[in-house]
Design a protein around this ligand. Structure first.
Ligand code: NAP
Length: 259
């Protein structure tokens, strides 16, 4: 299927590795020019070079913390005109409900709620003026079913989800489509560090922790960044124009729900 987005320009945040990189790679495979961001310079440059040499698109890089005001200003300045925005950032650390103080919540809200909102606020007006735009927010399956140890993530992402539900309906008539993509467990560094957390808590090996978590997924395995990127690219495509404010879950069936 031709996604109809060749020649568009996308900003993919937090994209040197993992799900952001998978999304960037699949947009590039469909002819989209990219602005990539991450904090670490080396991995970001390596990813940019891999994408340029594989797909021949133009790739601009900005090494900055997307959750800081300065970092966002740097990214937006370099980005220029953007047709497609994929918001993403690292997830908050795990813990127990009684661990978290106000400052921990502020940090989580800044990273996983207020940062994507600030990016949409900056880029939606241009998309509306041009009559076409796509936004995909990478959130989490924890929006549909809470993950107890990720209470900071559950809280911040629920806030973003509420904002998107209203905003998506305000801009859809202008040709701008906003949806959220909710990963279940995918084989990335983030999943490996959560496996490590389970191993430490349960006193088992990391391999056993992974096997234990795989058994909770009807598909019997973790998802891949490539599968995730393909769904993200579809949501950024011409064909997604009637899909407004949805929360698309990619979790191998892990959340046991009819709807
Ligand atoms: P990952 O493999 O750890 O990759 C994270 C990427 O984001 C890296 O490129 C990292 O590069 C960049 N990054 C992190 N913090 C950043 C910041 N403040 N500013 C700019 N770039 C930043 O993580 P992932 O698995 O792809 O996860 C992506 C998101 O999906 C996270 O929010 C995670 O919580 C969520 N999620 C993941 C899973 C899963 O199973 N993988 C499941 C549910 C939800 P630098 O470190 O160099 O900045």
């Amino acid at each position: 299927m031709d996604l109809g987005i060749a020649g568009k320009r996308a900003l993919v945040c937090a994209s040197s590795k993992g799900l952001g990189k998978g999304s960037a790679m699949m947009l590039a495979a469909n002819g989209v020019d990219l602005v990539l961001n991450a904090r670490g310079f080396e991995a970001l440059e390596a990813t940019a070079e891999e994408i340029r040499s594989t797909h021949g698109v133009s790739v601009t890089t900005v090494a900055a913390d997307i959750t800081s005001e300065d970092g966002r200003a740097k990214v937006l300045d370099a980005a220029g005109t953007i047709d497609i925005l994929v918001t993403n950032a690292g997830g908050p650390p795990p813990g127990l409900w009684s661990d978290w103080e106000r400052e921990d919540f502020i940090k989580a809200l800044d990273g996983n709620m207020l940062t994507p909102i600030a990016l949409m606020k900056a880029l939606l007006p241009g998309m509306i003026d041009r009559g076409w735009g796509r936004v995909v927010n990478i959130t989490s399956g924890s929006v549909k079913a809470p993950i107890a140890v990720l209470g900071l993530s559950n809280s911040a992402r629920a806030g973003l989800t509420g904002y998107v539900a209203g905003t998506a309906r305000q801009v859809a008539g202008k040709g701008v489509i906003i949806n959220n993509l909710l990963p279940g467990i995918h084989a990335t560094d983030r999943a490996a560090s959560l496996d490590q957390g389970v191993a430490d808590r349960e006193g088992i090996s990391v391999a056993d922790a992974k096997t234990m978590r795989e058994k909770t997924i009807p598909a019997g395995r973790y998802g891949t960044a490539e599968e995730f990127g393909a769904t993200c690219a579809f949501l950024c495509s011409q064909h997604a124009g009637f899909m407004v404010g949805q929360n698309i879950l990619l979790d191998g069936g892990a959340i046991n729900a009819t709807l």
